[in-house]
Design a protein around this ligand. Structure first.
Ligand SMILES: Nc1ncnc2c1ncn2[C@@H]1O[C@H](COP(=O)(O)OP(=O)(O)OP(=O)(O)O)[C@@H](O)[C@H]1O
Ligand SMILES: O=c1ccn([C@@H]2O[C@H](COP(=O)(O)O)[C@@H](O)[C@H]2O)c(=O)[nH]1
Length: 915
């Protein structure tokens, strides 16, 4: 199996190693569908997803989506004998009481005539059982391994594969026989336990019920029919089997039941005649028993007219055919479920994050990556958050009351009041930063699963912030002190001088009388002026500090937080990493006695401890990864079957039965389309012969958003073409709400390519409905499978002219799609990336294919372009062979259109499409 042994611990069988077989071993056509389901079922079981309902409900059950045949019957209904007759071997445990205590998933594989029969268990990979008595013993032993020797039952199935030329391809699930009372040694709840286990299978709409009833009992008392009637009242998925016909009372028969009069089912009842108890006791040959059964019906006066539809061989064939067709019809919904599950699991794995590495280097790397993620968020917040706080924090206004001690003392004293608000600014920024650290840690998705790391990171970041706060405080205090120690002399020089000068006499004789100014020298006015001057100075300093304090905060705290918030953490972490490595080395050298180092070892926590995830989360990740692998493999297998089948058609140059099968797999009625084409003629001739739409069809290819649709709209306006966009047709199908629509939706949302059958069907339908005979096919074929179907099916209907490739750089495509705004749900960044990938991986090779036919024209220069136009205009008889043109789609739309028109005008109508 593709799931690795160490991850599942369940690689127990060869099939368990590879329940999904390599393509070499892959069976083809009809058988492949049952084989495919078998492989998926086995892989599901390995991962705990099986019908018994105990699988992990947190996951979608793939098992439940798979069609199964459950064998249901009461005790002694002849259930085991029916199964043995179908297989043609004696291999089931027998005895009184409840023998089948675990579901037995019995997978029958038809091998070539003359090959040896053998059996294999999923739980015993390397053992091939040739002796079927040992198979019986192993079923008993394996049952006991889970249930003990008690009479308990377990829903965990046993998987048994039988390879034989005497079987048809079929998978059956044998369930414990329904019982009415608990007999000696059985738990009291056994009756309900068995019924509820059987119900978990038969309740599912994908379950085909093989209801076994003995003919020698009244059908109205049949446990199997009673249950089937409840869960499948219309009888659509129930096959009634009547056993023990030969044991009925003389003179009675079971025609009422077999002819559907007693209890009507949608499928015919099948009568069976098994070996008698005496035959079983003496190990009578099963092949002989089959022959006897045939003879019984052929010669029966009661059942002779039904003989061809009776017996275990007929039953096996009937079931195999039915199972095959049910699987076929279910493939779209299985694919849809798989795709949905893949998306869900991928999302969940993204959420859970990658598994934690085991070595110190990788652990360090993981931690650093998370730090980077945190740091990024922190910086984003920083750019928004701090600015606001810093600008709010500068609103301090000191209120100065100046004592009369001269300017210097007054000012110095006043400036002292700035200390408090300056420190408060630093604190405010500090708290904002701290809050941002908390917020950023909470918002860092990657950190969510590591609580210890969150704590350590917060601790280290806050330690750094404390350091920055101290630095910042020192700086702002220094700024305040600088203002106190050096007063700006310029300010004082500009003060009105007369205020300071003593009064002067007017004339020699005149006694000096105090001027009004002098009178005011020691009055209120004087002090008011000093106060006002001091205040003016303080306010000037305040303005300066209002600018410089935030600068200091930003420089010492914000800038540092941006540059070096985690430096302390990094140094701690790297020390731990080194210590750990060192210790490990020392331990290897057996010199752990170095006590100093050992102390360090104990002090420093191991890196691994920081990454101490919740074990439940780790388990969940492993489960998700395994499921994802299962679903992806299953999807590939289903795709491969489709691919194998469609290839058959190409290889044989005819539409084979298989091809029709795969068309109908997708519920597509391609029969008419196919049958209308001369399929037995060689492909080459086929295309030359009267296609239904004779006018040339042009194919537009290019990356998503390269402008194909835009140019199609232009063409439609100027030329009488009908534009058929494969993508738009698929989107319309989604909107129609059909079953296929949901599968398409799931593929489109992943940028994946829808199976050709569906796209071709939609294209043909649109062509028919258009009433036109000239088409541009936009965006098809876009992978190799598309191309093959295009060449072998669509080409029979149309006359392809040329492929026009729109060449455009990816950045331009992305820009255009993101701006397109046409409500296309796959126009989102996530899907776009996937579409580009698919385009490069799948569509470009198709472009190269047509290029390899030697028909490629490089992007033409304008000179070339105009010269060609001139040539055409001057000499219309010149026809230029152009099968393949490359359009420089990065040019403006109108210019692109000129190129498109040119291509349209100049292609050689008589030239052949490359074979
Ligand atoms: N030459 C151009 N220059 C600039 N923008 C363009 C040009 N051609 C088309 N666009 C714009 O780019 C977007 C994608 O174009 P359009 O839908 O035609 O691409 P498309 O190839 O049909 O895409 P898709 O493969 O998804 O169907 C549209 O919004 C369209 O208007
Ligand atoms: O032939 C086709 C065409 C389209 N798809 C799917 O549809 C989307 C959208 O197609 P656009 O042509 O880009 O509109 C594309 O990504 C495919 O998922 C397809 O499968 N087969």
């Amino acid at each position: 199996m593709a799931l690795e042994a160490d991850r599942t611990g369940l690689n127990r069988t060869r099939e368990a190693h590879t329940p999904f077989l390599s393509s070499r071993r892959r069976m083809t056509t009809m058988e492949s569908l049952i084989g495919l389901v078998n492989r998926i079922q086995r892989a599901c079981t390995v991962l705990g997803d099986y019908g018994g309902g105990t699988g992990d409900n947190a996951f979608n059950s793939l098992w439940e989506a798979l069609p199964t045949v459950a064998v249901v019957g009461g005790q002694s209904s002849g259930k085991s004998s029916v199964l043995e007759s179908i297989v043609g071997r004696d291999f089931l445990p027998r005895g009184s009481g409840i023998v089948t205590r675990r579901p037995l998933v019995l997978q029958l594989h038809k091998t070539e005539e003359g090959t040896e029969e053998y059996a294999e268990f999923l739980h015993l990979p390397k053992r091939k059982f040739i002796d079927f008595a040992l198979v019986r013993k192993e079923i008993q032993d394996e049952t006991d391994r889970i249930t003990g020797k008690s009479k308990q039952i377990s829903p965990v199935p046993i998987h048994l594969s039988i390879f034989s030329p005497n079987v048809v391809n079929l998978t059956l699930i044998d369930l414990p026989g329904l019982t009415k009372v608990a007999v000696e040694g059985q738990p009291e709840t056994i009756v309900e336990d068995i019924e509820s286990m059987v119900r978990t299978y038969v309740d599912k709409p994908n379950c085909i019920i093989l209801a076994i009833s003995p003919a020698n009992q009244d059908i109205a008392t049949s446990d199997a029919i009673k249950l089937a009637k409840e869960v499948d009242p219309t009888g659509e998925r129930t096959f009634g089997v009547l056993t023990k016909l030969d044991l009925m009372d003389k003179g009675t028969n079971a025609l009422e039941v077999l002819e559907g009069r007693s209890y009507k089912l949608q499928h015919p009842w099948v009568g069976i005649v098994n070996r008698s108890q005496a035959d079983i006791n003496r190990n009578a040959d099963m092949m002989l028993a089959r022959r006897k059964e045939r003879e019984y019906f052929d010669t029966s006066p009661d059942y002779g007219h039904l003989a061809s539809k009776m017996g275990s061989e007929y039953l096996a064939k009937l079931l195999s055919k039915h199972l095959e067709s049910v699987i076929r019809s279910r493939i779209p919904s299985i694919l849809s479920l798989i795709n949905k599950s893949i998306e869900e699991l991928e999302r969940e794995l993204d959420r859970l994050g990658r598994p934690v590495a085991v070595d110190a280097g990788a652990q360090l790397y993981t931690i650093l990556e998370m730090c980077r993620a945190f740091d990024k968020i922190f910086k984003e917040h920083l750019d928004g958050g701090v600015k606001r706080i810093v600008s709010e924090a500068d609103g301090y206004q000191p209120h100065l009351i100046a004592p009369e001690q001269g300017y210097r003392r007054l000012i110095e004293g006043a400036l002292g009041y700035f200390r408090g608000p300056a420190e408060a600014s630093v604190d405010a920024v500090h708290f904002v930063l701290k809050e941002l650290v908390r917020k950023s840690i909470a918002e860092t998705q990657e950190l969510k699963r590591f609580p210890s790391l969150q704590v350590e990171l917060a601790l280290a970041a806050n330690t750094s912030l404390e350091k920055f706060r101290e630095e910042s405080k020192k700086s702002v205090i220094r700024l305040v002190e600088m203002e106190s120690t050096y007063l700006t002399a310029e300010f004082f020089r500009k003060l009105p001088q007369e205020m300071e000068r003593p009064a002067v006499a007017n004339s020699k004789n005149q006694a000096a009388s105090p001027s009004p100014a002098a009178q005011d020298l020691y009055g209120d006015g004087h002090f008011r002026r000093i106060a006002s001057n001091v205040s003016a100075y303080v306010s000037m300093v305040s303005d300066t500090l209002r600018n410089t304090i935030p600068k200091a905060c930003v420089y010492c705290q914000v800038r540092q937080a941006k540059l070096a918030l985690l430096n302390y953490f990094y140094s701690q972490i790297s020390k731990r990493g080194k210590i750990k490595d060192y210790i490990l080395k020392i331990k290897c050298l057996k010199s752990v006695s170095d006590s100093k180092l050992y102390m360090l070892w104990l002090q420093g926590k191991q890196l691994g401890l920081l990454l101490d995830e919740d074990p439940a989360l780790m388990g969940r990740r492993v489960e998700c990864a395994q499921r994802l692998e299962l679903y992806k493999k299953a999807r590939d297998e289903i795709d491969a079957v489709a691919w194998d089948l469609s290839n058959c058609c190409v290889i044989h140059s005819r539409i084979s039965v298989d091809f029709q099968v795969i068309f109908s797999v997708f519920g597509v009625n391609m029969h008419r389309l196919i049958m209308e084409t001369p399929v037995d003629a060689p492909i080459k001739d086929k295309h030359e012969e009267s296609p239904r739409w004779k006018k040339p069809t042009v194919v537009f290819l290019g990356g998503p958003g390269s402008g194909k649709g835009t140019q199609c709209a232009n063409i439609v306006q100027h030329f009488s073409y009908t534009h058929l966009s494969a993508g738009d047709l698929l989107r319309a199908e989604i909107r129609s709400g059909s079953e296929v629509g949901s599968m398409i939706q799931s593929l489109i949302s992943q940028g994946r390519i829808v199976p050709s059958e569906i796209t071709v069907k939609l294209l043909c339908k649109a062509m028919e409905e258009s009433g036109n005979d000239k088409f541009i096919i936009d965006g098809f074929p876009r992978n190799e499978e598309n191309r093959i179907i295009f060449e072998n099916v669509l080409r029979a209907k149309i006359k392809p002219a040329f492929v026009l490739f729109f060449d455009c750089p990816e950045e331009e495509l992305e820009r255009r799609i993101m701006n397109r705004n046409q409500g296309k749900e796959d126009d989102n960044l996530e899907t776009i990336k996937k579409r580009f990938k698919v385009f490069v991986e799948s569509t470009l090779p198709i472009v190269s294919y047509y290029e390899s036919k030697g028909k490629l024209r490089k992007v033409r220069t304008w000179f070339f372009f105009f010269s060609m136009i001139v040539t055409i205009t001057c000499c219309s008889t010149i026809l230029i062979l152009i099968f393949f043109l490359k359009i420089n789609a990065a040019k403006p739309s109108q210019e692109v259109f000129e190129e498109v028109k040119y291509a349209q005008l100049t292609y050689n109508k008589s030239a052949k499409w490359p074979d």
